[in-house]
Design a binder for this molecule. Structure first.
Ligand code: F6R
Length: 368
């Protein structure tokens, strides 16, 4: 059942190229037009949407944060991302012109379900991005875009996360197509790039042994920080969450720009800091993050850097570099999160912990 791997999580990390490919499968025609008939929402409804609110919890919420960057850029629709349990108990501004997107692997998360019900009561259209067919959230939503990650057994989410991000890209490109914002060839171009992602994830997986060796040497660490900017920010938060839940190590993900507003006070010699570096093809973004590596390095931090192949500017300040293939900026999370998943799983295994079933956690949280 574990496909020759020690744990389900390891297997699921290796299933990721397929999870992304399967989620893309059959969703566009040969000319590169998205065909999402399964949504069953009238295109006129989608054209009338003036705001999107993503509701989700945990890892699924981080997928929503990635969606915000992509959907706003591709569609010019404002996107808010809110933890489902926070959305539910305030007085959110949602109405018939709001599209609420609920993201959930299990489709049974009670917090997310209650947010879906609350949104429906306000007249919003609810679209669910769900992995489990026939689950409660899928049934109660007005429309469903299924992720095709296959069953996820390990409690900590990995392949479902990549499939959720992929589905969010499909939704963003579809909205752009329906609303006539991006030119058809631009949508087709993005789809072509997305189609290359499974192979790129495969390339990251080839560095597995190097990542594991670094993880094993860090068993005695009690605190790890993660920095990212733009779409690297949700990746930093996800890297921290994986490390907390699997290895029981205190970890925090920050927006790299926040460093100087407080967190830099935490940096002392020996503090491990992961930094997710944007592509050098976005020089403004890139340069700022490289400066952050320099700043923490100058204060004695151990810098573990995730950077694009061929980006030499990080070499001087990085203790360790994990490379990801050249990828369009908005799609980088699909490759940059993979080393962080491998790192957390291996560190937990090295500590003798149960990687698939961390303490105190359940695979689907069916209580509020
Ligand atoms: C973290 C993790 C959780 C879930 C969250 C939402 O690894 O698995 O944070 O992402 O509980 O679960 P779903 O997606 O089933 O609604």
């Amino acid at each position: 059942v574990k496909g020759g791997f020690e744990t389900f999580m390891e297997k699921e990390i290796h299933d990721q190229p397929k999870a992304v490919a399967d989620t893309l499968l059959g969703r566009h025609d040969e000319a590169g037009n998205l065909v999402l008939d399964e949504l069953r929402v009238d295109e006129s409804v989608l054209r009338g949407v003036d705001k999107i609110v993503v509701v989700a919890c945990g890892t699924a919420a981080y997928a929503g944060h990635v969606a915000k960057y992509a959907v706003e850029h591709w569609c010019r629709i404002p996107v808010e991302v809110e933890l489902a349990h926070e959305f539910r108990y305030r007085d959110p501004v949602v109405n018939v012109r709001t599209l609420v997107v609920a993201i959930s692997q299990s489709g049974e998360t009670m917090d997310t379900l209650m947010a879906v019900r609350h949104a429906s009561e306000q007249g919003a259209k609810v679209l669910a991005i769900v992995n489990t067919h026939g689950s409660t959230i899928a049934r109660e939503a007005d429309a469903v875009l299924y992720t095709h990650a296959g069953p996820e057994v390990a409690v900590a989410s990995t392949k479902a996360f990549l499939a959720q991000i992929t589905a969010c890209y499909l939704l963003g490109l579809y909205l752009s197509q329906v609303r006539g914002y991006k030119y058809p060839d631009e949508v087709a171009g993005y789809l072509e790039e997305l189609g290359k992602l499974p192979g790129k994830i495969e390339q990251v997986l080839e560095q597995e042994e190097d990542i594991k060796a670094v993880a094993r040497a860090m068993q005695s660490n009690t605190s790890v920080l993660f920095l990212g900017r733009h779409v690297g920010f949700p990746v930093a938060m996800e890297g921290a969450l994986k490390l907390k839940e699997l290895a029981y190590i205190h970890a925090e993900g920050f927006a790299a720009g926040e460093l100087k507003h407080g967190p830099i006070a935490l940096i002392e010699p020996g503090q491990p800091v992961f930094v997710i570096v944007p592509t050098p093809r976005r020089p403004l973004l890139h340069q700022k993050v490289v400066s952050n590596i320099q700043e923490v390095r100058a204060r004695g931090a151990r810098t573990l850097v995730i950077a694009e192949e061929g980006d030499e500017s990080v070499e001087e300040f990085a203790e360790v570099i994990f490379r990801v293939p050249r990828t369009p900026t908005l799609m980088m999370p699909l490759v940059t999160v993979v080393p962080l998943q491998i790192f957390a799983a291996e560190l937990a295994a090295a500590k003798g912990l149960d990687v698939d079933q961390p303490r105190n956690l359940a695979k689907s949280v069916t209580v509020e």
